[in-house]
Design a protein around this ligand. Structure first.
Ligand SMILES: [Mn+2]
Length: 294
């Protein structure tokens, strides 16, 4: 099985605080979102996220050369090596052999899996309180990779992943994303990522409608109508069959392990439908090149 990814990044202004990478060969992608408050202290709020992603790439390449990528180890190694001032949310996602997706996440970035254009899974986005996500940082005052959520999900050819920073999730509801992806069938992953980011961007500037962010604000007793102006990173991944025979029947959501309950988090309830084989196949080209925006 193979994961073909494409990405798009809309900074709020200048270069923004998000960073991401796609290691095509290693079937791994990651996003990070530098915490903006650092700018008030005269620190470049993007530097921690960028260094964390740079160190993640080094770790991914090294691990691939020594037997395979483990996102937890990637995040740990990158965290230990990142010494600059700042803090950031981070998530790393790898497609392992036999179609198991390993995902590790600290903070309010997240990912979803679609099967047959239905929402199969959406990851929790841990926050300490409204608009204060879990975050990795350069000192012990911050969270560390031990507080990461770790999830393993079985995926099948035809499944679609959407990974994004909070700029996506605070401005679009998961079911809106599903609907949009369904309307954009046959798009290449980078084009779909760009289209999704553009819609989220439009919503982020809209002051008149309810958004996931405004609803969360309301719950926290804060008045806010409209979207959340933010950097927006979107990575889209298509799961493709390779030369190995495809499974004859594809089941529903199979979470092989996750630690969200141990962390006291409520997992968003997914729903699933049985998928009939063959799934829709995607006629996208296979990008072999790595992508970085760090
Ligand atoms: Mn953000």
């Amino acid at each position: 099985m193979n994961m073909i990814c494409g990405s798009y990044y809309f900074p709020k202004k200048n270069k923004g605080h998000d960073a991401h990478f796609i290691c095509a060969q290693e079937q791994t992608t990651g996003v990070a979102d530098g915490v903006g408050d650092w700018a008030k202290l005269g620190v470049d709020a993007s530097q921690y996220a960028r260094e964390l992603m740079r160190n993640s790439i080094k770790s991914v390449k090294k691990q691939q050369a020594f037997g395979g990528v483990d996102p937890r180890r990637v995040l740990n190694e990158a965290y230990v090596k990142t010494k600059c001032k700042g803090s950031s949310t981070a998530c790393i996602l790898t497609l392992k052999d036999k179609g198991v997706l390993n995902f590790v996440n600290v903070g309010d970035s997240g990912f979803m899996v679609l099967r047959n254009y239905k929402l199969l899974y959406v990851s929790p986005r841990p926050q300490h309180r409204f608009n204060h996500p879990y975050q990795l940082g350069y000192s012990t005052h911050f969270d560390n990779p031990r507080s990461a959520t770790k999830t393993k999900i079985r995926v099948f050819p035809g499944d679609i992943l959407v990974l994004g920073t909070d700029g996506l999730w605070d401005n679009m509801y998961p079911n809106e994303i599903v609907q949009f992806v369904e309307n954009m069938r046959e798009m290449k992953p980078e084009a779909l990522a760009c289209a999704l980011a553009s819609v989220a961007r439009g919503r982020s500037l809209d002051k008149g409608r309810f958004s996931p962010f405004s609803r969360a604000a309301q719950k926290a007793g804060i008045k806010h109508l409209g979207g959340k102006k933010d950097d927006i990173t979107v990575v889209v991944g298509y799961i493709m069959a390779t030369s190995t025979p495809a499974p004859s029947c594809v089941g529903g959501l199979e979470i092989m392990s996750d630690n969200t309950t141990q962390l006291g988090l409520k997992r968003s309830t997914p729903w699933w439908r049985l998928c009939s084989w063959p799934c829709n196949c995607f006629r996208s080209s296979t990008p072999k090149k790595d992508t970085t925006r760090i």
